[in-house]
Design a protein around this ligand. Sequence first.
Ligand SMILES: [Mg+2]
Length: 211
Amino acid sequence: MFPPMRDRESLHSPLHLEPLPSEEPWGGKIAYLDRDGVIIRGFESYVNDTSEVFVLENAANSIGELRRNGFRICIVTNQSPIGRGLWSRENLALIHDKMREELLRSDPDAILDLTLHSPYAPWHNSWARKPNPGMLEAGRQIIDAAHAGKSLKEADIKFGDNWKDRPSESDSVMVGDRNVDIMAASAHGVRSFRCNPDIGISEVISEILEN
Ligand SMILES: [Mg+2]
């Protein structure tokens, strides 16, 4: 099994959730967000270090808006440079530190509740690599467990046909700029919104919040 990964901790580590801005109880909505071309600028040759992190215009405000409207935020990003041996998971964690810092500077509500990545190359055929839905599946279970105050063991997180009794994702959304994002959303059973990578999430935020 090639499971999804979190920055600097294991997949099943306890997740600390900050309260939602509205302070109303969470209704179960998750916004699954691709990273490159949605939150930060993407490059054909990858985002390779912190100097290449450029938050797209109004991305921070859009994420803040999602949380102000009751969504938990779960980043789901394919990061094959790790599996290709180009750089380390710690490098990715530093890139994510920088991204989080910039988002919060623009909008204090733009908290990324959970950040998942797939470090695998395409030839690993990982269930965690989009277009497969493994990251979304794990994200749902980790956020649900955190809300329930339940601690997870590695084997508690189920994937694919092994995950029975799935909760409804009818109020959740996935935002991506590529076909693999839309396919992962469809495999997980969540509504998807596709944005132009030069604009990012702000292009679709009002459409998401209208629905
Ligand atoms: Mg992308």
